[in-house]
Design a protein around this ligand. Sequence first.
Ligand SMILES: [Zn+2]
Ligand SMILES: [Zn+2]
Length: 344
Amino acid sequence: MIAMRLHHLGAVTSSRDPLSLDTIPVPEPDAGEILIKVHCCGVCRTELDEIEGRTPPAELPMTPGHQVIGRVQKVGANVDPKIVGQRVGAAWIHSACGDCSWCTSGLENLCPEFQACGRDAHGGYAEYMCIRAEFAHPVPPVLRDTDAAPLLCAGAVGLRALKLCRLVDGETLAFTGFGASAHLVLQMARHWFPSTRILVFARNPVERDFALKLGAVWSGDTEETPPLTPSAIIDTTPAWKPVLAGMERLAPGGRMVINAIRKESDDQNLLQGLDYTRHLWKEKLLRTVANVTRADVRETLELASRVTLTPEVSVYPLEQANQALIELKAGKIRGAKVLTIGQR
Ligand SMILES: [Zn+2]
Ligand SMILES: [Zn+2]
């Protein structure tokens, strides 16, 4: 089979292809695993973090990809063979221990033995991949492959971030950054919180226009002052500056959720710039979202099958994964990028 694999960590730039097109054997599912024939795989900012070493793969070469839609081709021992042929999605979690206090309370995203697709185990930038059967998610028939893929991470992590905001209908919600995740969460927020007004801070005028089209009442640059004070902010940028600016802007009792597995700068910039009175005083809350649980992924897919939750998708063939990653890094984003495998 063919796979786009990471052999060496390094900066993603237009002068270096981060991944190599390799021909390798189709993997065999271990006990408890399934083999998926991949139809398509979403491209996520976390892949930049893997390639550039902020959350490096457990081994090299590694096949990235954790927003995978495909069909079950084969099952390993101890897996019901009836699921062969079923269309499934594979998201960020490849496996977790199943026994710890987090796993047994539905928080497998916090399991100490958590393994991630495309980082700790080979992911979906390939014709086939294996995953633990209990971490494969049935995909509602109404969703097209390329629309379902970005829901698995961009959509589902966004849904988790929105829940962690503890938003009350009528409160103002803001996004900093407006890429693959934010454009989906905005649609979820409009569905669940019809009286909530939404603000979007984004550098790129294309993203700002897109936000208004999807129903934001205001969009502007990070430096601009919006007409409303947000009670909740979801930060989807790779930078620290919007986090500080957002904390300063929050209403008393406001909540900010950082929706990123890693920031592009992992140093202490945030702490150096954080001022108690300006940024935290008045019971403001700053928290992170640690990826997704199975329940988040399934709820996102189910929601998308009932209400309009349409990802804006740019499609690339698998062999052009490098181009998709380079464009993602350069900020040429409107919506989500998806790699297709074969002619579908
Ligand atoms: Zn992701
Ligand atoms: Zn566990």
